[in-house]
Design a protein around this ligand. Sequence first.
Ligand code: 5GP
Ligand code: ZN
Length: 114
Amino acid sequence: MSVDCLFCKIVAGDIPARKLYEDDHVIAFHDIAPQAPVHFLVIPKKHIATLNDLTEDDKALTGHIVHTAQRLAKEQGCEEGFRVVMNCNELGGQTVYHIHMHVLGQRQLHWPPG
Ligand code: 5GP
Ligand code: ZN
């Protein structure tokens, strides 16, 4: 837990979020500014600031994030196609420094993202 972290506050329940799923290790909730009809975030409950801060010990956790994203994408009707994104640091477009996997779906997505 990092006291100044927005997503740690969501994990703690101090800031409300529209939750899709929660277990001992991860939480998933709708993005506050959706960029697609389906846009939710899957985050670890443990505070990890950026992808650069992951360690070998986080391998099971990162696998769990991916599987949770895949399962919820299906539940949200996105099995035909969807995108997952993890932004790292300012150059990668990261604005909240607690790692999160974006899941976007139910519209045509293009590449490169710009
Ligand atoms: P990043 O730019 O770090 O990859 O993504 C951060 C995401 O968090 C953005 O898509 C932004 O809309 C979302 N976000 C920021 N503040 C909040 C909040 O208070 N609640 C929720 N649900 N999403 C947030
Ligand atoms: Zn945090």
